[in-house]
Design a protein around this ligand. Structure first.
Ligand code: HEC
Length: 103
């Protein structure tokens, strides 16, 4: 019977292959972590989650405008909703989640 030494590099390559894939932006999770604080109850006139009348005129301005409002801040909403670690994709996913709820 013969034994083979497994080169360290082979182990490393295998380890990389089985590492969990990076998760795609999850709008619901971002909303529930960051946006819910103001948008669930409508703090400081934030358009409430699920309130069609409050969202319709904002959605009419287009997704790009909504995205800019969140990244730059608008009214009582701080830039990036106060969460500097949010990636652009996270913000877009959260906006998609919130606007999908009022379609
Ligand atoms: C500190 C409270 C607060 C948090 C947290 C917050 N918002 Fe807001 N948001 C507001 C307020 C207030 C407005 C209304 C701003 C205005 O029109 O004066 C608003 C408006 C918006 C609008 C409409 C912008 C427009 O152009 O009319 C979007 C889209 C939005 N928020 C998305 C988000 C998302 C996505 C998150 C989480 C990542 C979030 N908000 C977190 C307070 C908040």
């Amino acid at each position: 019977m013969r034994t083979f030494a497994i080169p360290g590099s082979l182990v490393l390559v295998f380890g990389t292959a089985v590492a969990p894939a990076v998760q795609a932006a999850d709008g619901k999770a971002v909303y529930e972590r960051t946006c819910v604080a103001c948008h669930a109850s409508g703090v400081a006139n934030a358009p409430k989650f699920g309130d069609k009348a409050a969202w319709a005129p904002r959605i009419a301005t287009g997704k790009d405008a909504l995205f800019t409002s969140v990244t730059k801040g608008k009214g009582a909403m701080p830039p990036r909703a106060g969460a500097a670690d949010l990636k652009d994709e996270d913000i877009k996913a959260a906006i998609d989640y919130m606007t999908a709820a009022v379609k």
